[in-house]
Design a protein around this ligand. Structure first.
Ligand SMILES: [Zn+2]
Length: 234
């Protein structure tokens, strides 16, 4: 059984019977920072229900630049589309913050969803929320300043982690945000001056969440639909 401190919000939304069916078919999996779950083009073998930590999907460009396209924490599961058909990954899936998952073979999860329509509906609603976030991110990346996106990104991490401190190098932050290292540094200094965070040697501590919310662009949920809010099936 899952301990009280290791919870996945998506599993919590399932009926007790459906939840038990997933948990008994899954195995615990620990991952470190930088662990590669899948490379672009890989056939997805496992779905990971995240219990702690964050898994990021990172897109690679031909010139070597990278950018995070979405993240999955304890609110969700990796590659939810695999409940319908076998899928390949478009992005690299990596451990952005170390943690633990319950992993289950996607063929097994698909079979469970075939037998259990309520389970399929809950995971499909999560997938719809994730799709909504991706659409918003497309607009955000084109229109909003990098300091606003940085603040949004920190809030999204803070929502998914215990505690107020994130361990990230400037290079890694830049690669996740698709920005230059100097841009990330300027954004971090601005937030530090505003008293929102402290930042040193790859350690970001969130000091004033309200200030961070003011600094973020409109895309930070504030009531918007996101993968963090799984609505009830209609
Ligand atoms: Zn935005």
């Amino acid at each position: 059984m899952l301990s009280a401190t290791l919870r996945n919000h998506l599993l919590d939304r399932l009926t007790p019977e459906d939840r038990d069916a997933v948990v008994s078919a899954a195995t615990p999996f620990e991952f470190e920072l930088g662990h590669v779950f899948a490379e672009p083009g890989d056939t997805v073998a496992y779905a990971h229900f995240v219990l702690s930590g964050i898994i990021s999907a990172v897109a690679d460009m031909q010139d070597g630049r990278t950018v995070e396209t979405f993240m999955v924490g304890r609110e969700g599961v990796t590659t939810p589309g695999a409940i319908n058909i076998p899928v390949r990954t478009y992005s690299r899936l990596i451990g952005q913050s170390p943690g633990e998952t319950l992993r289950i073979e996607v063929s097994r999860l698909r079979a469970l969803c075939d037998e259990r329509p309520e389970m399929r509906a809950v995971i499909a609603l999560y997938a719809a929320g994730l799709q909504g976030e991706l659409e918003q991110s497309g607009a955000c990346n084109a229109l909003h300043r990098s300091d606003q996106r940085f603040a949004k990104w920190l809030l999204r991490c803070h929502d998914r982690l215990d505690g107020d401190t994130l361990h990230l190098t400037q290079e890694y932050l830049a690669s996740l945000l698709g920005s230059q290292r100097t841009t990330v540094n300027e954004a971090a200094q601005g937030l530090q001056k505003a008293g929102a965070i402290s930042y040193s040697r790859g350690r970001v501590t969130i000091l004033d969440r309200a200030a961070l919310e003011r600094a973020a662009c409109e895309c930070y949920p504030n009531g918007r639909r996101s993968s963090l809010d799984i609505p009830k099936p209609e």
